[in-house]
Design a protein around this ligand. Structure first.
Ligand code: SAM
Length: 281
């Protein structure tokens, strides 16, 4: 059983994270912090990319990060994967790479475990964490991100701007109550604010009179990314430029970027992201 998703961008996303983790560990090797690596949507260890006729299996982010050992590794690794079968596979794979007892793999909801991570970090200022949040869709709640405020966290996050938020926001505004609730939980803002940024109402007049017409912005993806980025800036002082992920029809799927309170972290993240955005343009 492998995670099945993505194309070459999946590999690129993992490479970006890996490069960042290497730089992070390099810098931290000269300092005396206790380092946690936390992956909230960890997967099974392997990823199948492509389609049934033409696919390959690549190592997921968890395996890549656990394999980094020079100049140092993390002090503890915490992986969260809600699917118990995937959790078991991941635990087995990781313990094969690094036979230590500092790796935990738990089958829980990341939204719950992030609260425990925040408490753990808050208890001691010498604890720092690199956090990777890589959900399929809109399954990360805003309050789980907000809880990281003021902590020594560098966060890499995959925002499902196109495949999640934009898809729920139907052109005709026929959006179910469940979808609005999902959007509100994801962005941590009220539906009215989302509605006002993405839709505009104007008066159309024809032979039979005038009526109010609602129009969805053609820049919805950009606006949704900006809303999420602004939300993140209330938690972290800085965010990096995003690695922009599009599908083969050039439709936007995700934004992948780093949030941190540390200017050097963002500089490194921007340098890495720039290389990959250049490659894919
Ligand atoms: C995009 S995949 C992660 C891929 C992984 N980062 C890798 O590189 O191999 C997302 C994973 O999150 C898991 N998941 C979904 N909702 C979750 C939740 N609320 N908490 C924890 N895991 C969740 C899914 O079962 C899936 O395996």
């Amino acid at each position: 059983m492998h995670n099945e998703f993505g194309g070459s961008w999946t590999q690129t996303k993992i490479e970006i994270l890996e490069k960042y983790a290497e730089a992070y560990l390099h810098i931290m090797s000269k300092q005396k912090f206790h380092l946690t690596y936390f992956d909230g949507f960890a997967g099974s260890g392997d990823i199948k990319i492509g389609n049934e006729e033409d696919f390959k299996i690549i190592a997921g982010a968890a395996k890549k990060i656990v394999a980094i050992g020079v100049p140092r590794s993390f002090d503890i690794y915490y992986f969260v994967e809600m699917d118990t079968q995937k959790r078991d596979l991941l635990e087995y794979a990781l313990k094969t790479i690094r036979a230590t007892n500092n790796i935990s793999v738990v089958a829980e909801d990341c939204n719950v475990v992030l609260k425990r991570l925040a408490e753990y970090l808050r208890a001691d200022v010498s604890r720092k964490a690199l956090v990777f949040l890589d959900p399929f869709g809109m399954n990360l709640n805003w309050e789980s991100v907000e809880i990281l405020k003021g902590l020594g966290v560098d966060l890499w996050i995959l925002s499902p701007t196109g495949v999640g938020a934009n898809r729920l926001l139907k052109k005709d505004l026929k959006i179910s109550e469940a979808w609005w609730q999902r959007l509100e939980k994801f962005f941590g803002i009220e539906r009215q604010v989302i509605k006002e940024s993405i839709y505009d109402e104007h008066l159309e007049t024809d032979l039979f009179g005038s009526r109010t017409v609602t129009r969805k912005s053609t820049l919805a993806n950009q606006k949704l990314f900006e809303i999420y980025a602004e939300r993140l800036k209330t938690v972290f002082s800085l965010i990096s430029d995003p690695y922009v992920i599009v599908n083969k029809n050039n439709s936007l799927m995700y934004h992948f970027f780093c949030a941190s309170n540390n200017a050097s972290a963002i500089k490194i993240a921007n340098d890495i992201v720039k290389q990959y955005n250049k490659k894919s343009s």
